[in-house]
Design a protein around this ligand. Structure first.
Ligand SMILES: [Zn+2]
Ligand SMILES: [Zn+2]
Length: 214
């Protein structure tokens, strides 16, 4: 489903999208959350993991699609499960492992349930533990390309669809099976083989009927 959530309460936002406050030299491409710890980050919407990579600026990044596949959501400056908040990246992962222990490319993620990382301070562009959340459209859009304001985008979705917790506890009663178009295709009609009644029997029946009428 197309539910979205904020990864952390909005009062932990420390820098909005588009922020130009020095020492920034260009508008902020993401939305920052700082909870004061290395909290586990849960997926903001349903989707699939498309990448877990290192960027010198953004540190460890995990990236997922949105349910529709239209968007890419990136979680940046992640904490490394082996080296903590200040992991040095691939040079510290000669075995080609990454910051995550139990998450890999292709994994399905569920809104509010799947851990997609832990708040960290990895990468040269981070100044203290925080999550830099990016919503873009293309692979590695956290690094370059089109992005949108995650605060506005997520809020619009919550206003429109509600939160995952708003779903009714009991699944709605389904009275009829959902019929797909294919199921409606008429069965090809194969004509029944004609079982002609032997003329002799017909004749006999006719005779009996006539006899009964008498
Ligand atoms: Zn590491
Ligand atoms: Zn940021």
């Amino acid at each position: 489903m197309g539910y979205w959530i904020f990864p952390f309460s909005k009062n932990t936002i420390t820098s909005p999208y588009g922020d130009k406050t020095p020492p920034r030299t260009s508008p902020h491409r993401g939305l920052d959350f700082a909870t004061g710890g290395n909290d586990v980050i849960k997926a903001v919407t349903d989707g699939k993991i498309t990448d877990i990579y290192w960027s010198n600026c953004l540190g460890w990044v995990s990236e997922q699609t949105s349910a529709s596949g239209k968007y890419r959501i990136s979680y940046c400056h992640l904490n490394c499960h082996q080296h903590g908040a200040n992991c040095q990246g691939p040079s510290a992962h000669k075995d080609r492992s990454n910051c995550m222990k139990n998450l890999k490319i292709g994994d399905k993620v569920e809104v509010g349930k799947t851990a997609v990382g832990r708040i960290g301070d990895s990468g040269d562009c981070s100044r203290g533990d925080h999550l830099h959340l990016v919503i873009g459209k293309k692979h590695r859009s956290a690094v370059s390309g089109w992005t949108t304001d995650p605060e506005k985008y997520i809020q619009r979705n919550i206003d429109k669809h509600g939160l995952p917790g708003d779903e009714p506890e009991e699944p709605q009663e389904v009275t009829e099976p959902i019929v797909t178009v294919e199921d409606c295709e008429p069965e090809p009609i194969t004509p029944e083989p004609t079982q002609g009644i032997p003329a002799k029997i017909l004749e006999a029946v006719r005779t009996i009927l006539l006899w009964l009428k008498k």
